[in-house]
Design a protein around this ligand. Structure first.
Ligand SMILES: *Cc1c(COP(=O)(O)O)cnc(C)c1O
Length: 403
């Protein structure tokens, strides 16, 4: 056995690599090896970036926009973010209150590097997006999951806030619509969060990346509409990855109090300098051009969502909350835990997801990755044919379980 001479940092040892990216890589490798894999693990739209946005990226290169930019992004893009926040929501922001980062994920990373001291606690409603707890841990903080109840459609129960808050609580994550559940937080839940945040001076980190993908009637409830006084203690995270199918361009942005943005800029200046320059110009076109594209994608998601949920619900023992937004279903398979295939027992979401991949050639993400072991996540950012075939395979795989 080879001996490793250099030890790794505890900070890094305590966090796992992103499980969603890992499953996706495994599915892609199996597919490349000739296996007939249906991939439901991906967390990105199955659409190409709109043409006019691609053209803007190419033009930026041709126009010589290939050097460094200002650390928080080009002023035009930060102004465009302010314009969208004003037009879409009526919120007033100035460019000093905006940071553009290398994808939304990196914006979140910057936030926690900027605000956390060792031992500071961050409340994270669970199921949560896989990267929230590691980002808090990498900044020396302590993630504190708050379990959301499937029977309440994964809305936040106000009482659980008081039982998880301590004098070390520094911030709380909101993600509505949520990845992985698709749930939208109710106004009642948001009011309860607002009350606690005002009383205790918490920072609210609201991840709005799926705001354009909602299936509900009326306006999406938002913490800043519920309680405008929270503006000085709220950071909005958004980006073009999901709304404009631009995951590979790596452009996200944060809007928040100027002193926090300034500290985040310090972190960014010492790590990535600035987000990719031509990509910033492409994002500028996405934000200032026609806003029809997110709507077009949503129209495609609607029938898939309907079909997926109906089919899952028709399986004995399986429950599935109808997602109010985003492009994932998050069914509960725990009724099948304890059953076996060829003598091998399935006892958790990792085993369930492995079973789907090995026997049904269906790639999914185990709920454990999102802090909820009874569930498995499937993305419906894939064609209706793939969903139909996938459902047949899932049903057959479940029916083959014994015990
Ligand atoms: C995709 C996603 C993001 C942002 O991803 P980037 O690719 O880094 O822009 C942020 N939050 C959630 C919940 C997501 O699913």
């Amino acid at each position: 056995m080879s001996q490793e001479i250099i030890s790794l940092a505890q900070r890094v040892l305590q966090v796992p690599p992103s499980p969603t990216l890992a499953v996706n890589a495994k599915a892609k490798a199996l597919k490349a090896a000739g296996e007939d894999i249906l991939n439901f693990s991906v967390g990105e739209p199955d659409f190409a970036t709109p043409k006019h946005v691609c053209e803007a990226g190419k033009k930026a290169i041709d126009d010589g926009h290939t050097g460094y930019t200002a650390v928080p992004g080009i002023p035009e893009l930060r102004e465009a973010v302010c314009m969208r926040l004003k037009e879409d929501h009526g919120w007033e922001y100035t460019p000093e209150q905006i940071q553009v980062s290398c994808g939304g994920k990196h914006g979140l990373y910057n936030i926690f590097q900027a605000i956390l001291d060792p031992g500071d606690e961050v409340l994270i409603p669970a199921p949560y997006w896989v990267s929230y707890p590691p980002m808090v841990q990498l900044a020396g903080g302590v993630p504190v999951p708050i379990d959301l109840d499937e029977s309440l459609d994964f809305d936040l129960n106000p009482e659980t806030l008081t039982t998880h808050a301590t004098d070390k609580t520094k911030a709380i994550f909101l993600n509505s619509p949520s990845n992985p559940t698709g749930a939208i937080l109710s106004e009642t839940a948001l009011k309860a969060v607002a009350k606690m945040a005002l009383e205790h001076g918490w920072l609210i980190v609201t991840d709005d990346i799926y705001e354009t993908v909602t299936y509900m009637e009326g306006d999406l409830p938002h913490i800043l509409d519920v309680e405008p006084r929270l503006k000085e203690q709220t950071i909005i995270l958004n980006g073009v990855s999901k709304s404009f199918a631009m995951t590979g361009w790596r452009i996200g942005y944060c809007a928040g109090p100027a002193h926090i943005i300034k500290a985040m800029n310090k972190v960014q200046s010492q790590s990535t300098s600035n987000p990719c320059t031509p990509a910033q110009y492409a994002a500028l076109t996405a934000l200032t051009g026609s806003q029809d594209f997110p709507e077009t994608m949503k129209e495609a998601f609607i029938p898939r969502r309907e079909f997926f949920v109906k089919e899952l619900e028709s399986i004995e023992g399986v429950t599935c909350v109808n997602p109010s937004g985003a492009f994932y279903v998050f069914p509960n398979f725990s009724a099948y835990y304890g059953k076996s295939f060829k003598g091998k027992q399935i006892n958790d979401s990792v085993a369930m997801s492995d079973y789907f991949l090995d026997e049904a050639k269906v790639a999914s993400v185990p709920g454990a990755a999102f802090g909820s072991d009874e569930f498995v996540r499937f993305s419906f950012a894939t064609s209706m044919e793939v969903i139909k075939e996938g459902m047949e395979r899932i049903k057959m795989a479940l029916a083959a379980l014994e015990g």
